[in-house]
Design a protein around this ligand. Structure first.
Ligand SMILES: CC/C=C\CC(=O)SCCNC(=O)CCNC(=O)[C@H](O)C(C)(C)COP(=O)(O)OP(=O)(O)OC[C@H]1O[C@@H](n2cnc3c(N)ncnc32)[C@H](O)[C@@H]1OP(=O)(O)O
Length: 237
C-alpha cells in the first residue's frame, strides 16, 4: 500500500509500504495514485514528498506478481505523467535502493535527495524487459544518451555518489533523506507559484532538445535495445 500523511507546513508525505523492499504491486500503485490525487486536489498542500517505509525507497515492480502473470499490469507511467503534469513540487527521498520502477517513480519527481549509501539502477534487462514507465525518456534527459544507454543495457546498480555526478540525484545526505526532503520541500513550497512555474518551464525547455517531454518506449527504441542485448544479433559490434 501507500500511506498518505498530511504534514505540518502545507506538506504531504506519501510512503510506499510493501515489505520487504517496498516493491510496486498493483495495490501499491493504486495507493500512490490515490495519495497523489489527495495531495494535488488539497489546496492547502504546497509540496509533496515520496519515500519508502523501513529505510528503503523501492526495489521496482513486485516480482511476485510478475511470476504469476508473466507481465507487469501496473500503469506506473500514468503515475509518473501525473507527477510531471502537477504544478506542486514533488521530492523523492531515496533511502537504500531505487531500482527499476522505483527509479522511474523518483525520476518523475522534480527533485531527488538520496542517502550516501543508497544505490540506484535499472535491472529490467535482467528480467528480459526494458524500463517502460518513462525511464527511457527521463534518464537521458538528465544524464545524456550514452550514460543512459550504459545504465539501461548493463542493468548495473550505481552508488549515490556516481548518481550525483551523473545528475540523477540532486543531493546526497548522510542523515535521514526523508527529514532532509521534508525540510527542502518546505523551503521550496515557500516560493511563489510563479517562481516554481518559471523554473519548471525552464527545465522543460532545456530538456525538450531530447525530444517530446513524455511518451512511451518507441518501437525503434525497443528494436535498438533488442539488437544490442540479444546475443547473436550484434555480430560485428
Ligand atoms: C511497475 C513496472 C515497471 C518497472 C519494472 C521493474 O521495476 S523491473 C525491476 C524489478 N526489480 C528487480 O528486479 C529487483 C530484484 N531484486 C534485487 O536485485 C535484490 O533482491 C535487491 C532488491 C537488490 C536486494 O538484494 P539483497 O541481497 O539485499 O536481498 P535479497 O535478494 O535476498 O532480497 C530480499 C528480499 O526482497 C525480495 N525482493 C527483492 N526484490 C523484490 C521485488 N522487486 N519484488 C518483490 N520482492 C522482492 C526478495 O525476494 C527477498 O525476499 P525474501 O522473502 O526475504 O526471500
Amino acid at each position: 500500500m501507500a500511506e498518505f500523511t498530511r504534514l505540518q507546513n502545507c506538506l504531504a508525505l506519501i510512503r510506499l509500504r510493501n515489505p520487504p523492499v517496498n516493491a510496486i504491486s498493483t495495490t501499491v500503485a493504486r495507493g500512490i495514485k490515490e495519495s497523489l490525487q489527495k495531495a494535488i486536489t488539497d489546496d492547502t498542500v504546497k509540496a509533496i514528498v515520496i519515500c519508502g517505509a523501513d529505510g528503503i525507497f523501492c526495489a521496482g515492480a513486485d516480482i511476485r506478481e510478475f511470476k504469476v502473470h508473466k507481465t507487469f499490469d501496473i500503469q506506473l507511467g500514468d503515475i509518473v505523467d501525473e507527477i510531471q503534469r502537477n504544478k506542486k513540487p514533488v521530492v523523492a527521498a531515496i533511502q537504500k535502493l531505487a531500482l527499476g520502477g522505483g527509479l522511474e517513480l523518483a525520476l518523475g519527481c522534480h527533485y531527488r535527495i538520496a542517502h550516501a549509501e543508497a544505490q540506484v539502477g535499472f535491472p529490467e534487462v535482467t528480467l528480459g524487459i526494458l524500463p517502460g514507465a518513462r525511464g527511457t525518456q527521463l534518464l537521458p534527459r538528465l544524464v545524456g544518451v550514452p550514460a543512459a544507454l550504459d545504465l539501461i543495457i548493463s542493468g548495473r546498480h550505481i552508488s549515490a555518489n556516481e548518481a550525483l555526478k551523473l545528475g540523477i540525484i540532486d543531493k546526497i545526505v548522510n542523515s535521514d533523506p526523508i527529514e532532509e526532503s521534508i525540510k527542502f520541500a518546505q523551503r521550496i513550497s515557500g516560493q511563489s507559484s510563479q517562481e516554481l512555474q518559471m523554473t519548471s518551464d525552464m527545465v522543460a525547455d532545456k530538456s525538450s532538445a531530447l525530444g517530446p517531454p513524455k511518451g512511451y518506449t518507441s518501437k525503434a527504441t525497443i528494436e535498438f535495445f533488442f539488437y544490442l542485448t540479444v546475443p547473436g544479433l550484434c555480430c560485428g559490434m
